[in-house]
Structures are given as C-alpha cells and as structure tokens.
Design a protein around this ligand. Structure first.
Ligand code: CUA
Length: 179
C-alpha cells in the first residue's frame, strides 16, 4: 500500500512569494545595511562624549605617532563639521594605520587620489591601513551627509619624504607645522 502524497502547490506558491517579498526589502535597502553591521562588528565601544577628555583620543594623542617598526599610527576625531587634527603629517611609503572615531554623527573620511573612504560612527573606532607612495598634499573630505556643514567638512593629509619625516612630539602631532 503506497501513501499518496499530494503536493500542495498553493501553499508552496505562497511560501515562495512571501520569501521573495521579504528578500526585496533588504535588497532595496542594501546601502543602509553597513551601519548596523558596523555597530555590531566594530569594537571596542568608545564614549563619544568623553573623546577629548580622556582615553586614546585625548587631544595630545591625536595626529601621527611613529611606531617602532617604521610605520605610523594616525588618530583622528570626526565631528560636526571638521576633522581633528585638520592637517595630518605622514611619511611617504610606510603603512599608515588610521584609527578614527566620531564625536557625534556618522561621517566618512575620503582621501582624494588614492580614494580611500573610511566610514565612522559615534561609539566605534574605525580602522584602516593607508599608504602614500608619493609625497604631496592629499585633500580629504567627508563623504557621508552629516548636517548643515557637511560640504565644508574638509581637511588634508601632507605626505613628506620618509627621510624628512620629523619625530613628532606629542604637542606637534596635531598639526602640519613641524614640516
Ligand atoms: Cu561629516 Cu559629512
């Protein structure tokens, strides 16, 4: 005796259609998925309100720091409507470890030329490894709409020959004045 299984096409059709419609929602919103993902994956959390006061992003720790292996680490705060420090001095031809956080809104640090784009959310530290083979001035701009002053949120990275990169004291890291 065989069991007769009847395929319920109507039910299958409903399930398939529902699945398709549910898939359409994230598919049309794909550009908004990165922020919740960044919130979930990026760490460690950092308090946007105390950035300038204590911890890694305190004022005299911003800017470029020489690492023992010849690379440099650059710490930046993005805030309405500027990047701190405004001008970043780095040596050419070495890895530049960027660590950036936001004091308020979502911003994005875009570097013209190599076209690096690093998005940053308040409460998160975004990290990226950059490298500038050639000396020069690289314009940077915010590429994430962050409010009324968004289009004025610009700064620059000054890349100097490796052998001319000065050892920056803590109080010089935040400017390009040392060069
Ligand atoms: Cu910051 Cu747009």
């Amino acid at each position: 005796m065989g069991i007769v299984r009847t395929v319920n096409w109507r039910k299958i059709r409903i399930v398939v259609l529902t699945t398709l419609v549910l898939c359409l929602i994230p598919a049309t919103r794909f550009y908004q998925i990165d922020e919740p993902l960044m919130r979930a994956l990026h760490g460690p959390r950092i308090d946007p309100a105390s950035l300038h006061l204590s911890g890694e992003f305190v004022e005299n720790n911003l800017g470029t720091e020489q690492d023992s292996d010849g690379s440099v680490t650059v710490r930046v705060i993005a805030q309405q409507f500027l990047f701190v420090p405004h001008c970043i001095l780095v040596p050419a031809g070495v890895p530049v470890h960027l660590r950036i956080t936001s004091a308020d809104n979502t911003h994005s640090l875009f570097v013209e030329g190599p076209d690096y784009n690093v998005k940053v959310l308040p409460g998160n530290i975004s990290q990226a490894q950059l490298e500038f083979p050639n000396p020069g001035i690289y314009k940077t701009a915010c590429r994430e709409f962050c409010g009324a002053g968004h289009y004025a949120m610009r700064s620059e990275i000054k890349v100097v020959p490796r052998d001319q990169f000065p050892a920056l004291r803590a109080d010089e890291r935040g400017t390009c004045a040392a060069q």
